[in-house]
Design a protein around this ligand. Structure first.
Ligand code: GLC
Length: 717
């Protein structure tokens, strides 16, 4: 079909069944029983006529070019209107070349790297037949008990928005480019606030909190041109997002002007029944179509009910037509009518995926995400020392996280392999000592004997990758199994010992902090993980990563996040009065937002501000001098925070409003400047008005959210 198709004319020719079909998304099996594809949710009996398959609008879970081409060809042969299918898949942080999980990638604070990884992902995906990815996930997170924090970029709305926009640009570029894929921001909205960190649990928050903290990152993605939105499973203000007209029509479509397709999450329309806001599929269909959800993922309430609902005058025909038009418009914009197969090319995909160029990029990006949490001077290791790698992750290739798409263990560099590549296998011995989550200590002796052979020891610990991500909440955040006992056994050898953590969420590691001289947070670093960690371990790359989600002192402290509030009885050291504190733990997290160490040291001095007052048309400049006073060149992320001392609502103790990554050689220094604008001082007041208020402000600049220099100014309106 010609690209210059008139979709309004096409709509006029479509039967109501053909219109409803465009709202239907199915897995590959329905088109060709030999095509399994990726199934990422519960399968229910769709109870639909076979001929509806050849009217459906999109496919979820096709993961290779040949299947996509076969299915598109079968469909176009059998379909009456020949409207090409759109192929969608979860490509979250890499397709075949897997990059660090988003919570790790965010620790790079490097937006160019984020865009680059999205670009590489788009190339691999589009060659492999994927046309839409359900990414970026822009849910703000404050609770590491929730398994999906690994998909998020963390606890700050501003930084989350910057990363979401960068990833959208990397995926989509301009949609005329043959290797672009359509981005779908998710999960709209507030999924990261599930109560008690329990997956699929209730979400409840004030409209103020929703708008001030949870919505900005989705908006930033849409402002960057993101073409699709996925509705969340959870309720907002008492109504599940998938049926929530306030969220979808009032905010997303009317306030923000988004006119692209909204897709449900897997079965989230059907789940309106379980939520108890719909008595049956018919009521679920009414709620969802009136909320403006266009595509129903893997359930059939729309195709089984909309025709009758429209004939009975219960649902307006225009709602169906609008939904179909949004889908047709995206297909037309993406050039699908002109070329239903886009860039799908089996041979080229095989040649391009995981090529050396992409591996190199993955290695460089992964090295930027590894956070040095502690170093009593034993790192970097010396390359001429014999190292024993001990622990369940010692030679584990399962380090690409839970949403690893087509990432393959046999293409992944384990920690052991990475260190052998770096210093030679003759200087490396290895023993697991225990399983990740097992209770068996029988191999401790073997591990201890292997460790005795070495000069230095590297403990490879953490979570199992498939015990993170969706449907993977944990109530305890300590290392699983007997890993901590293994640590104690190894430390008795009194050798220089470092820990490398492989995990998908901030863990409770205060006991490691107390007894282990060095700790590296590697997250799930992906295909080139072992090589990237070796770069850091042996000092060929100076660690520069900074946390974007707080590490709690203990699970009982959650939620703990940096942009919290003063309260009416703020805690202060040694205060005898009843104040906001615990009797048994500190208020502060173990490691705060923005934290990370380097092999060198950066000194901050001379914070200045260009003037003490500004009005709303003006700007002012805040500056600070940063000097590398250590023995190694390195990258420093200079962080700008602002506090509004008095507002019409309570205002956070600090909010990230900017950052600058600078590279300083030994002894070098640089004056870093930030422009402060009134726009940076705006917030949603109690009524939801987004505006700045006159008053006193603090500017804080430093290396993390706990170590800052401060200067004040006044805004006059
Ligand atoms: C899952 C996830 C969502 C994903 C979708 C399709 O349940 O919630 O993030 O994109 O289903 O796999």
């Amino acid at each position: 079909m010609d690209k210059a198709i008139d979709i309004n004319e096409l709509l006029k020719t479509m039967t109501i069944e053909e219109k409803m079909g465009q709202l239907m998304q199915l897995i590959p099996l329905f088109y060709d029983s030999s095509k399994s594809g990726s199934i990422t949710g519960p399968l229910s009996d769709l109870n639909m006529d076979e001929d509806m398959i050849w009217k459906s609008g999109s496919v979820i879970g096709v993961t290779n070019a040949k299947d996509m081409i076969d299915i598109q060809r079968i469909y176009l042969e059998k379909s009456n209107k020949k409207i090409p299918l759109l192929f969608m898949y979860d490509v979250i942080h890499g397709f075949r070349t897997i990059f660090p999980i988003p919570l790790g990638m965010a620790c790079s604070w490097d937006l160019d790297s984020a865009e680059q990884l999205a670009r590489i992902t788009a190339i691999e995906s589009s060659l492999s037949g994927v046309q839409v990815t359900f990414s970026p996930m822009a849910d703000l997170v404050r609770d590491p008990r929730w398994g999906r924090v690994m998909e998020s970029t963390g606890e700050d709305p501003y930084l989350n928005g910057l990363f979401a926009a960068a990833i959208v640009k990397g995926y989509q570029g301009n949609l005329d480019d043959p290797y672009n894929i359509i981005a779908c921001i998710k999960h709209f909205a507030g999924y990261g606030a599930v109560e008690a960190g329990r997956e699929y649990n209730t979400v409840d928050m004030s409209d103020h909190t929703l708008r001030e903290y949870y919505l900005p990152s989705y908006k930033a993605a849409l402002d960057a041109g993101c073409e699709m939105v996925m509705a969340a499973f959870n309720p907002i203000h008492g109504i599940p997002a998938t049926g929530n007209r306030y969220l979808m029509r009032d905010i997303l479509r009317k306030e923000w002007g988004f006119d692209g397709p909204i897709i449900s999450d897997w079965a989230s329309i059907e789940e309106l029944i379980k939520h108890g806001v719909a008595a049956n599929g018919k009521e679920a269909a009414i709620l969802a179509i009136e909320a403006g959800v266009d595509i129903e993922m893997m359930t059939s309430n729309y195709i089984n009910n909309l025709k009758q609902l429209i004939e009975e005058g219960i649902v307006a025909q225009v709602l169906l037509d609008e939904a179909v038009l949004r889908i047709l418009k995206l297909k037309e914009k993406f050039g699908l009518f002109e070329n239903p197969y886009k860039a799908a090319d089996p041979e080229k995909a095989d040649q391009t995926c995981v090529c050396e160029e992409f591996r190199q990029a993955a290695r460089e990006i992964s090295a930027k995400t590894i956070v040095l949490l502690k170093n009593d001077g034993i790192l970097p290791f010396s390359k001429d020392k014999k190292v024993a790698i001990i622990g369940p992750h010692a030679d584990n290739c399962g380090i690409s996280g839970n949403w690893r798409a087509l990432g393959r263990a046999d293409e992944t560099i384990s920690l052991y392999a990475g260190i052998c590549n770096k210093i030679g296998s003759n200087l490396v011995v290895m023993e697991k000592g225990c399983e990740i989550a097992g209770q068996n200590e029988n191999d401790f002796v073997k591990a201890i004997n292997v460790a005795k052979e070495a000069d230095v020891i590297l403990l490879a610990l953490g979570e199992e990758q498939d015990k993170t991500g969706e449907a993977a909440s944990r109530a305890f955040l300590t290392l699983p199994g007997v890993q901590e006992k293994l640590v104690d056994a190894i430390l008795k050898l009194n050798k220089p010992t470092a820990v490398v953590l492989f995990n998908g969420r901030p863990l409770e590691i205060k006991s490691l902090e107390e007894k282990v001289p060095a700790i590296l947070e590697a997250w799930f670093p992906g295909t080139e993980g072992g090589n990237a960690i070796a770069e850091i371990l042996y000092g060929d790359v100076n660690p520069s990563a900074r946390l974007t989600m707080s590490f709690p002192y203990t699970v009982g402290q959650i939620p703990v996040y940096y942009n919290s509030f003063n309260t009416g009885r703020p805690y202060s050291e040694g205060c005898a009065d009843p104040v906001s504190k615990y009797l048994d733990i500190p208020n502060a997290p173990l490691y705060p937002f923005g934290y990370g160490l380097s092999y060198t040291n950066f000194e901050y001095r001379e914070i200045e501000i260009s003037k003490k007052t500004m009005n709303q048309e003006e700007t002012l400049t805040a500056s600070i001098v940063v000097k590398n006073v250590g023995a190694m060149g390195g990258i420093e992320t200079v962080q700008l925070y602002i506090r509004d001392l008095v507002g019409s609502t309570i205002r956070p103790l600090m909010e990230l409003k900017g950052f600058r990554q600078i590279t300083l050689g030994i002894g070098e220094e640089q004056k870093v400047e930030f422009e402060i604008t009134t726009q940076m001082l705006k917030f949603h007041d109690f009524k939801g008005n987004f505006k700045a208020e006159a008053g006193e402000f603090l500017v804080m600049i430093g290396c993390n959210s706990r170590q800052v220099d401060t200067v004040g100014f006044r805004l006059n309106l």
